[in-house]
Design a protein around this ligand. Sequence first.
Ligand code: PBG
Length: 335
Amino acid sequence: MSTPFKLDLTQRPRRLRRTAGLRALVEETVLLPRHLVAPLFVVEGRGAPDEIKSMPGVFRLSIPDLVKECRTLHQLGIRAVALFPKLDPKHKDDEGTQALNADTLVLRAVRAVKKAVPELTVITDVALDPYTSHGHDGVLNAAREDVENDRTVGLLCQMAVLQARAGVDLVAPSDMMDGRVGAIRKALDAAGFTGTGILAYAAKFNSAYYGPFREAVGSAQAAGTRLLSKATYQMNPANRREAVIEAQLDALEGADILMVKPAGPYLDIIREVRGATRKPIAAYQVSGEYAQIHAAARLGWLDLARCRHESVLAIKRAGADLILTYFAKELAREL
Ligand code: PBG
């Protein structure tokens, strides 16, 4: 007979994990529906919701269905949505002309949502990729080999003013051109929209996790060609210090909220930016993060409900105040 093994321990962290009551008392991170922003895709016409293949449960919605969805989300406690238009390819061109049409799809969608659910915060992307035939976030230079920074920023300023006029609460430049936050702030102020905020995609990485989104908005046409690499404007996934530079520049230029994107594979960036600024931080759990959890769940390899909660909780724990996630509706139902 051996004597029972005994440790002479003063510190036993398991004491605080013994019961559900104790665990709840010392829980450090809380996720609530009001921390979540639901990204939604809108299409022309009155067709039935059209599911995005690589994003189970995410649909391209007609404006009437979008309005219905916004009402449902609001009832579930979601207070903000980010709208993304999917244009018919025949309305796209090299210059992204439709982005400056005052009656373009996303602006009609904003007006409809704001009319139906005025308290819902509405966010729209400021970038040309849903509108350009080449899928880039800006217009090309004369040699057609790169996106032209300053000319693009000029167009983004006009886009932001149109979005503000349509009633959005926050414009979200997602293009990663230099100097666009400051220029957009000036343009909004000059047009009288001093109260419209800027949610800047401050540290947006050149990520393969955007794949399903590009299918959703049809901006992937040039995929695989030299042209669609966004590496000359989106950040190198290898860089952390540069993310702090980008965040500080956007803060100085007048961004109200700073966003890191993608989120899950970039938790260190969220943490780093959290330490570098006092501004609110957003994180975007992107399409590929959503798709990979769904794919594994379909194979029976992961528990969908637990992984979606854990993946978003981890983003909050890293330091994000608000999180854009395609899981928003399901999470709101269970939180
Ligand atoms: C466009 C934009 C992208 C996403 C949001 N805005 C794609 C891209 O930069 O190619 C990605 C969102 C997602 O993957 O869920 N500027």
